[in-house]
Write a protein that binds this ligand. Structure first.
Ligand code: SF4
Length: 263
């Protein structure tokens, strides 16, 4: 966990998840699934394994795209990212995190100034309130540290299951499967992890993702959705799993060359 007194790195970076590797014994937390109905999917276990194997070759060390310098700034960044782009959040938090990278400093800054920093982000008034409220709760209940369990994280104002899962994975190395709009779309479009709600899709993915791929699966799916299997029109000619994909929307059957992508 972060120490608020630890000097912060001089520069925020995309390549700066707080922890990259999953700790021993963390797997049981990741597999705590939300209740969901089991649906039959048109993929064999071998095909699913192959999909994630190819993702792992394309992006051996996938990283999130939200800038942060410690678990606290990660919680804030993810909470701010609801209905906003990572690029937009990063623009707003760059200056904010330089002056307030701990709950104590955020409280000292105050709601009005937090609001000024994030006013380019949708729902900024509510989000500023939540940032202050969650900072207060961290100071009051957790000694200024970010808790590691999903249950505790979800007691923080503005922190839902998705945010908790992202923080557990990126800050503490606990494998989870946070479901955002891209993961939800891929689960349903490919009919690989269908579900009406993020909880259903999370449970469906957790049932099928091989253990060795679970830790990075969240980022692989997000990046695949953001840059290839796009919402409006999937770019199937650039897709490395086009031969396996069973989406009615796919336009080609020939997979793109399997090479590691530049970061
Ligand atoms: S083939 Fe097309 S629809 Fe299927 S995963 Fe790839 S981009 Fe998405």
């Amino acid at each position: 966990m972060q120490n608020p007194k630890t000097p912060k790195p001089a520069k925020m970076s995309l390549a700066m998840p707080v922890a990259q590797k999953k700790p021993a014994g963390a797997k049981s937390a990741a597999r705590t699934k939300p209740a969901a109905r089991r649906r039959k999917i048109p993929y064999s276990a071998e095909e699913i394994h192959e999909i994630f194997r190819r993702f792992s070759i394309q992006r051996p060390e996938p990283e999130g795209e939200l800038d942060h310098v410690n678990p606290f700034t990660l919680v804030v960044a993810v909470a701010l990212s609801a209905q906003a782009t990572d690029v937009g959040v990063n623009k707003a938090t760059r200056a904010l995190f330089e002056i307030a990278d701990t709950p104590e400093k955020m409280l000292a800054l105050g709601e009005d100034k937090v609001r000024d920093h994030i006013k380019t982000i949708g729902l900024y008034r509510n989000k500023a309130k939540n940032v202050i409220a969650l900072s207060q709760r961290l100071v009051d209940e957790y000694g200024g540290e970010v808790p590691q369990s999903r249950e505790e994280l979800m007691t923080l104002p503005g922190v839902g299951r998705k945010t908790a899962n992202v923080v557990m994975s990126m800050a503490f190395g606990i494998p989870t499967l946070a479901v955002d709009t891209h993961v939800l779309r891929i689960g349903n479009r490919l009919r690989i992890a269908p579900g009406k709600t993020p909880d259903e899709v999370e449970a469906a993915f957790l049932r099928i993702i091989p253990d060795e791929y679970l830790f990075h699966a969240h980022h692989w799916l997000i990046l695949h959705g953001r840059y290839c299997c796009k919402a409006r029109k999937p770019e199937c000619e650039r897709c490395v799993i086009a031969d396996i994909c069973k989406s009615p929307e796919k336009t080609v059957d020939v997979p793109a060359p399997l090479v590691e992508l530049p970061r």
